[in-house]
Design a protein around this ligand. Structure first.
Ligand code: SF4
Length: 441
């Protein structure tokens, strides 16, 4: 039996898509093995957002060929769509497939005989209109599955290459997603994370929306939790917030990209909101549910970001009840408008600002976790063991640890939070569930 391995760089969406591509190989009789084992074929799914896409891709190709010098190497994903010629320079690559082609590998190759020169099949981005449903379903742990419900983006943020690599915003009909979610429930997954490039834009072009989708997903037996990976602040309405918070299944966890707390920088980024709208959203969520978790993405070192702009961002975040941060250091991307903006921030300064915000993010996370001490939550337990402990997440995305007990894996079991240690909350299992459910959050 021929063997294939996969290597994924980048976001959850890429992982979900790799999983779908691997299913196709399985159907064709391939054995899927871990990356690093000897193989006949290796598929590398790349990302354009990472700062060193070229270096990362080169490193992975070399590693694959070191173990299997005759392996047929396929490179696909966002970086392949944007820079196929760069990838073709990497020694040992046989096939480069763009965003339209990545789900049709067998249309382009069947015998997997090494070429010793790279063949490129990349459609222009304007021709990309298909949607491929995908989900990442780690076999080791049937707790959480990432379900792709949307792809591409019509926003035109000045720093972003994603629309150039993934094309225009598109999404499938609700029933297609429901079918996939039912399959995940049958496989034992209890939580689904709705993923996409711009999830809040789900359904806009097909006469529906994210709100309608989650209402249908809630009806699926076996799916106990629905988490929304991320939603733009301008797309998150108060009606949605009310509904999500009242729902038994939708997690009270809102990941809302901020990018900057300065309106001047937000305008240069071409974001579709200002800091006031963001503040209102956060305060509204907290006014409805003090335990709700709110995460934010921030970019530091955007062209023209002065020390004063940065301070504005820092203070804006510091003052708001945000629970954690994902901090990104701005880096120049070819073919974006931001690359031509004046006011380049020196690299060391970008790193200093990034470090400051990372520290702030950690501080806010610990404050949020400590606010949960003494409260009771349901936790979905995962299989990973570290130092004799197992971990799981509450609906409001608090990571909780308890001594390892295999019988709890993939079960939702209530705990009381009794402390915080090593960036996780310490839980105590509540033995009498019937009593605890009365007060459960
Ligand atoms: S919303 Fe902006 S940053 Fe996000 S994917 Fe679309 S263009 Fe990129």
């Amino acid at each position: 039996m021929r063997k294939v391995s996969f290597y994924t760089i980048g976001c959850k969406l890429n992982f979900a898509e790799t999983s779908t591509i691997s299913e196709e190989f399985k159907k064709r009789g391939f054995e899927i093995v871990e990356f690093g084992e000897p193989v006949d074929v290796c598929v590398i799914n790349t990302c354009s957002v990472t700062e060193n896409a070229d270096r990362d891709c080169r490193r992975v190709v070399r590693k694959a060929l070191k173990i299997s010098p005759n392996a047929f190497i396929i490179v696909t994903g966002c970086y392949a769509q944007l820079r196929p010629d760069e990838i073709a320079q990497i020694e040992g690559v046989d096939l480069i497939l763009g965003s339209n082609e990545k789900f049709k590998i067998f249309d382009y190759v069947n015998d997997f005989q090494k070429n010793y020169h790279a063949q490129i099949f990349v459609s222009p981005i304007s021709e990309i209109s298909e949607f491929h449903i995908a989900s990442s379903t780690p076999a080791s742990d049937r707790t959480r599955a990432f379900l792709k419900v949307q792809d591409g983006c019509d926003y035109n943020c000045s720093y972003c290459t994603i629309p150039l690599a993934r094309g225009e915003s598109r999404s499938p009909e609700i029933n297609i997603i429901l079918e996939k979610a039912k399959t995940l429930a049958q496989l034992g997954y209890k939580e689904i994370v709705l993923s996409g490039v711009n999830v809040g834009d789900y359904g806009r072009k097909i006469g529906t929306n994210l709100f309608e989708l989650v209402k249908e997903l809630e009806k699926i037996d076996g799916i106990e939790r629905i988490r929304i990976s991320s939603i733009e602040p301008n797309l998150l309405t108060e009606d949605m917030i009310d509904y999500f918070i009242a729902s038994e299944k939708i997690c009270n966890h809102f990941h809302i990209p901020l990018q900057s707390g300065s309106d001047e920088i937000l305008r240069k980024m071409r974001r579709r909101y200002n800091s006031e709208l963001y503040r209102r959203r956060v305060e509204y969520i907290k006014s409805k549910d003090t335990d709700a978790c709110i995460g934010a993405d921030v970019i530091v070192g955007f062209p023209g970001e002065s020390e004063k702009h940065f301070e504005t961002t820092y203070n804006f975040i510091n003052d708001l009840p945000i629970s954690y941060l994902h901090v990104f250091t701005y880096s120049e991307r070819p073919n974006t408008d931001a690359i031509n903006l004046p006011g380049k921030v020196p690299i060391e300064e970008r790193h200093r600002r990034s470090e400051m915000l990372r520290n702030l993010g950690l501080k806010k996370k610990m404050v949020f976790y400590r606010q949960m001490i003494g409260k009771k939550f349901d936790v979905l337990w995962e299989s990973e063991v570290k130092d004799g402990k197992m971990f799981g997440f509450t609906r409001n995305y608090v990571k909780v640890g308890i001594p390892y007990d295999q019988s709890l894996v993939n079960k939702i079991v209530p705990v009381k939070i009794v402390g915080v240690e090593n960036l996780a909350a310490i839980g105590e299992i509540i033995v009498d569930r019937s009593q605890s459910e009365v007060e459960m959050k």
